[in-house]
Ligand binder design. Structure first.
Ligand code: MF3
Ligand code: CO
Ligand code: CO
Length: 257
């Protein structure tokens, strides 16, 4: 499949969509604290997205015949991705929570995620968050013109595994633009030098998902929530990145507002 290369106008619109996605995520994470329900985070995100005149790209998103019923993905502890906010899931001190915000604005989509601690978390979980976020940065650094997608994949995998964690294989990063998921797939595992060559003007969602235990996952009976098979905690960080002749540019970098 061909990887879309964005026009000047497409890139300008990607910048706007990504700036909104980043602002929503930055404001949303301020609300994470012990006692809040994951449903409340979803509703806060819904309001923030609307305040920018944007739309949740998640709400109603179809996989097969199912439509995603929430405005963002909120995934706690052993939940890897695609968690649905619930009034029954109250965040507690020592939890970790992944917030994944994907918005559409003016036809284009921005996608970003962070995992944040709830109150105080143990050292191994602090390390999980730091390693996953740094793996994302190392992956982004590989998103250089004339590199290949496999250079991103292998760099993320090597770094994560050197810390004794595992990378999820059942879900991957992706191109993003007019659609939430465009070519190429960007696995968080693989071989240097493999895969498609990176050209200027690609917009890539790079998103390591990292488990404390094994890499296997399963999907809960709600049809969406992906959890680790062994119940171990999992972290997720994501940015939308523009490739340029001057190197990668993070479009979802949050700026002070
Ligand atoms: N934001 C996710 C990603 O990084 C996709 C959301 S899936 C949905 O690709 F079901 F919530 F829409
Ligand atoms: Co995402
Ligand atoms: Co994504």
């Amino acid at each position: 499949m061909n990887i879309p290369v964005k026009s000047t106008d497409g890139i300008a619109r990607m910048r706007e969509a990504c700036a909104i996605a980043a602002s929503v995520l930055a404001k949303l994470k301020e609300h994470v604290s012990p006692g809040i329900a994951t449903y409340d985070l979803d509703q806060i995100a819904k309001g923030l997205i609307a305040s920018y005149g944007a739309r949740s790209a998640d709400y109603g998103y179809k996989i097969g015949s199912r439509r995603f019923p929430a405005y963002i993905c909120v995934s706690v502890n052993e939940e890897v991705v695609h968690g649905i906010g619930s009034l029954k899931r109250i965040l507690r001190d020592g939890d970790i929570v992944s917030l994944d915000v994907t918005v559409e604005y003016n036809g284009y989509i921005g996608d970003n995620a962070v995992t944040v601690p709830v109150g105080q978390i143990p050292p191994r979980l602090q390390e999980l968050l730091l390693v996953t976020e740094h793996a994302l940065q190392l992956g982004i650094d590989q998103a250089r013109v004339d590199n290949r997608i496999g250079d991103i994949s292998a760099t993320v995998q090597d770094y994560v595994e050197s810390h004794g964690f595992s990378v999820v294989r059942d879900l991957v990063g992706h191109g993003v633009g007019l659609s939430m998921h465009e070519p190429p797939e960007i696995p968080n595992f693989g071989c240097r030098g493999a895969g498609a060559k990176i050209k200027p003007g690609m917009t890539l969602a790079i998103e390591p998902m990292v488990n404390v235990g094994g890499c296997r996952t399963k999907t809960l009976s709600d049809g969406w929530t992906v959890v680790t098979a062994d119940g171990s905690p999992s972290a997720h960080f994501e940015h939308t990145v523009l490739t340029t002749d001057r190197g990668p540019e993070i479009l979802t970098r949050s700026r002070p507002v």
